[in-house]
Design a protein around this ligand. Structure first.
Ligand SMILES: CC(C)(COP(=O)(O)OP(=O)(O)OC[C@H]1O[C@@H](n2cnc3c(N)ncnc32)[C@H](O)[C@@H]1OP(=O)(O)O)[C@@H](O)C(=O)NCCC(=O)NCCS
Length: 207
């Protein structure tokens, strides 16, 4: 299942073994390679995606397309929720995706309470959380940034977000990829985008 809007593609696939982190990650990276190959017009086997942690140098962190040349510059992001794997890619600015299962058996009151404590606000905490994590993945720092400091505002009819110490602005969009999962993407807004541009966030606001 996938959703495509403008130059962004968000694809959902199943994890073969949701309990195995390695197997989920392999499914996610394979899905990313397929997406990048489709966008760049190359074979999936040509696509090289690397992750490097800026803290420890280990093979984890934000995924970056390294090859082939035709695909370099395509930005990618991954998220896992139970047996759901979500891969997203676009040409242009940064992208972040996050997913959470809606099922309360998986995401119970404790998790919702924890989100409320970390990032207080109105509305469904799970939706708030996927929006925040999508922004922080697009930003690239992840939860090194305090999640409660991500700010949201409606601009020109769109939800726009910003993170502390990052001048970039992100258009935030919930993506319908099945009733069982909440999926959100955050897309860096570039000056040429036609919906009003990346104006400064005027006041702290929560989703
Ligand atoms: C990004 C982050 C919020 C994802 O958290 P999560 O809920 O556990 O996992 P999700 O299912 O939502 O997403 C996992 C994917 O996020 C991506 N990711 C990891 N770190 C990322 C970062 N800094 N920026 C963007 N994406 C990142 C990876 O693609 C990862 O999948 P992979 O390992 O199979 O490639 C979390 O890993 C984080 O905050 N990382 C930064 C802090 C950190 O890594 N510290 C370690 C220092 S040694």
């Amino acid at each position: 299942m996938q959703a495509t809007f403008r130059e962004v593609t968000v694809r959902r696939v199943d994890a073969p073994d949701p309990l195995s982190r390695a197997s989920r990650s392999a499914a996610g990276h394979a899905a990313l390679s397929d997406l990048v190959a489709d966008l760049a017009g190359v074979e999936s086997s040509e696509v090289v995606i690397e992750s490097r942690c800026p803290d420890c140098g280990g093979p984890h962190g934000r995924p970056v397309v390294m090859a082939p040349d035709a695909a370099v510059g395509i930005r990618v992001s991954l998220a896992y929720a139970g047996d759901v794997v979500v891969a997203a890619a676009r040409r242009g600015g940064a992208i972040g995706v996050d997913a959470e299962l809606r099922d309360r058996a998986h995401t119970g009151h404790d998790e919702r309470r924890a989100i409320q404590a970390l990032a207080p606000g109105d509305g469904d905490p799970l939706i708030r959380w996927t929006r925040i994590e999508a922004v922080l993945k697009a930003d690239g720092r992840g939860l090194r940034v305090e999640p409660g400091l991500v700010r949201f505002e409606q601009q020109a009819g769109r939800l726009v977000a910003g993170a502390p110490d990052d001048p970039r602005r992100y258009a935030v969009r919930d993506v319908p990829l099945g009733d069982d999962v909440i999926v959100t993407v955050a897309l860096e807004v570039r000056a040429r985008d036609d919906w009003g541009g990346p104006a400064a966030l005027r006041s702290p606001a929560r989703p």
